[in-house]
Design a protein around this ligand. Sequence first.
Ligand code: ADP
Length: 499
Amino acid sequence: AAAAEELENPMKPPVDVKLTKLLIDGEFVDAASGKTFPTIDPRSEHVIAEVAEGDVEDINRAVRAARKAFDHGPWPKMPAHKRGEILLRYADLLDQHADELAALETMDSGKPYEQARYGEMPLVSRQFRYYAGWADKIYGTTGPTDGSHAMYTLHEPIGVVGQIIPWNFPIVMYCWKVAPALAAGNCIVLKTAEQTPLSAILAGKLALEAGIPPGVLNIVSGYGPTAGAAIVEHMDVDKVAFTGSTEVGKLIMASAARSNLKPVTLELGGKSPMIICEDADVDAAVELAHFALFFNQGQCCCAGSRTFVHERIYDEFVEKSKARALKRVVGDPFRSGVEQGPQVDKEQFHKVLSYIESGRDQGANLLTGGGRLGSKGYYIKPTIFTDVKEGMKIFDEEIFGPVQSIAKFKTLDEVVQRANNTVYGLAAGIFSNNLNTVNTLSRALRAGTIWVNCFDVFDATIPFGGFKQSGIGREKGKYALDNYTQVKAVVTPIHNAAW
Ligand code: ADP
């Protein structure tokens, strides 16, 4: 871990923040109330910029703009390949501005710049290219209707789509939501997370430059219970897609039902098992399990946050995991080689520290780490608990921080039962080269993604979403188009059925 004094002098942000307003109807505007809120640099705890604070009136304006763009604008009606061409241009612009977008992302969220620039930005443009390709390949079907009628289906855009995204992967969550919705011809009102509004505002400007017409993509910064809730309750929003906590996901589904019964897709919390089997190469397994948990400061809904290790290799695995955590490079996320920056904000920082306290109190064995790093910025030492058991909060609840919990298992039946013993079902990791073990676990685990000998692979083709209370629906891949299209059956009589 980096020396504390290095954390006292965070590098000057390498990028000026030029855009802080709401994007409504193709214009950058202040909030109707004139209010702003500060977005904080988690390295220094200083204000980066004051950002326009959207609220109900701004959401109303944005929904009106999106409705007009959907009902009267060219977007849903233009030849589908033209939409695809605009999205391809957009992907090129996102690539051209990748340095600046990644710098904004790092400054706002604290994630390592190299991760944002070289790990995430390629996913962003790839996502737009992938759905640009789908734009003119969204087919309906036909079927053998009763003989006296012909039938075909149209897959039409849903209309005005509300999208609410979290702070852990701001620009990646933006593209997961926006790309399939636009490809299918919808118009959007998107709310960013209050912790990380900056990258999406620049992405919105680039969308206009790419030729996405005014009103098609509206981006509102602001808080959840105000601007977010206004989207979900709005009677003229036809669908809502949300990524965030299970707690808020439940509020959203209830509010969507109470208002106009808009359909919802939800991508929520997780407590994913990472299962290290008896045959594992221990060094490789340690590295993968470390990545599965510590990636992005542990702030991943799919984090491998319950590490189950077979008893035969448990002791060696634990010892080597400790050495790996001690080697983890924590520091200013703009510095090259840094693997872990600060947690996103003060609230998350204190929440993670209180989970660490509860691990100690409930009798888990603190192997390494266990507290704050330095005295400024929201840095937390890479932390590992061993002998962690069901019933301990750190094993049952989502921590969303750099805290690995390692548990021992004996048999496959046992580990399947324990891995599935959670209200969540977002992802699971398996580390084994034994085909029978892999096949057995892949089918038995109740989770939306099974990563075998890998973790956190997020290509645009791979559907992502949860079983159980981890959510409803799938993002990415062909499946995401279902979230943003309606099926219409067109039926017509055949007058001379004999032919
Ligand atoms: P986290 O706990 O990770 O911050 P949240 O679920 O609170 O996750 O937040 C995810 C997103 O949901 C953010 O954009 C936040 O502003 C928004 N949000 C929070 N509460 C509500 C709400 N009641 N209605 C709509 N959106 C909300």
